[in-house]
Design a protein around this ligand. Sequence first.
Ligand code: NAD
Length: 414
Amino acid sequence: MASYQKLIEPKEGSKIKVLGPNKFEVPSDPIIPFIEGDGIGADLTRAMHIVINAAVKKAYDGKKKINWLEIYAGEKAVEKYGEGQYLPKDTITALKEYSIGIKGPITTPVGGGFRSLNVTIRQVLDLFACVRPVKYYEGIPSPVKHPEKVNMIIFRENTEDIYAGIEFRSGSEEAKKLRDFLISMDVNIKEKIREDAGIGIKPMGPFASKRLIKKAIQYAIDNGKTSVTLVHKGNIMKFTEGAFRDWGYELAKTEFGDKLIPEAEVTGSTDKIIIKDRIADSMFQQGLLRPDEYSVLALPNLTGDFMSDALAAQVGGLGMAPGANMSDTMAIFEATHGSAPKYTNQDKANPGSLILSAVMMLIHMGWKEAADLVEKGIKETIKQKYVTYDLARQMTGVTEVKCSQFAERIAENM
Ligand code: NAD
């Protein structure tokens, strides 16, 4: 097998230094590892590099430069490292070492024993927050009347909830044993869990909930946001979802003191950040009916998953929806869609999601000037109706362009 040194040794640049939780020192020549990804990943990554390199060069007059370092996961990792090596140790080591990374979509290998590589990366690195800004770019086709009213940022808990993967199949010995055990604690459970039921477990605790909510609140403070909403289904699931809400209010009070004010205590206008909560089903309605009343959302894993895709659809779908998975010391930025294998190497797919994920990365690094330039380029390019096939088929009077042409035009429009 090839060695770490041989395959992913950087040629130039410096490391981003982690000084403590959420404290970084970013040099002017940072090394940033990237995973190209499978399917459309190679096209998107090339496009993302074109745009980001141009923005950084322009914003800092050539005084700053990202040194991209290719690391491997998915099919390309197997090519480089050998059979079965979908996620080589080198890749995890490099991500830990450089503390930031960006990745294209990875195909989940078909066949026995594979979990999604994306989930594995999140778990191994304990990237506990999935962060997704949802914002509208003028001209993008949307199914709602006022997509411009959506401007939210979602913080979804990544490690707990029904997604923990603790499930027992209907009819299995384990499901039967678990049911018997539960009935031994409370006989009423006999009626609640039928004999033929599969059983899933939903663990949620203060440690994971609070660190996620803390990240959301800190983001609101750092970025001058007006509110943080805790979204939950606590009316039904009191000790998990309801507790998530309670832990959130508790944390807001103990850790952030008078920076926040609970919605119930607001009497007039306030310069504090309002902390409120909504039951998940109501939040889905609010997202459609009064999106402009919401800013930062903090959600448990399952609801967070649903909510991010629903809101993304309102602003034009997954092609333009960025994301990141983060801890307090690491962040991996990634396209939110999959590898769309049928468009592999056709230079056809929309690189918007990966480019906007890179914009999040620039903001995370404190390189806001470059991030602003990319956003300007994107807005202008869409206004010029110079778009990839997925947007072109929903718009009129457009020029349908390739993935690389879209990227080059964004760079020109900065
Ligand atoms: P997908 O998102 O890859 O594709 C669904 C359809 O959406 C595509 O056929 C295409 O029409 C469209 N599409 C997606 N991205 C696009 C883009 N950038 N531009 C234009 N059109 C785009 O979903 P899928 O087909 O369910 O999954 C394919 C593979 O990707 C699977 O192996 C899946 O496990 C994996 N996946 C990876 C990630 C990730 O890496 N984060 C996320 C989801 C799915």
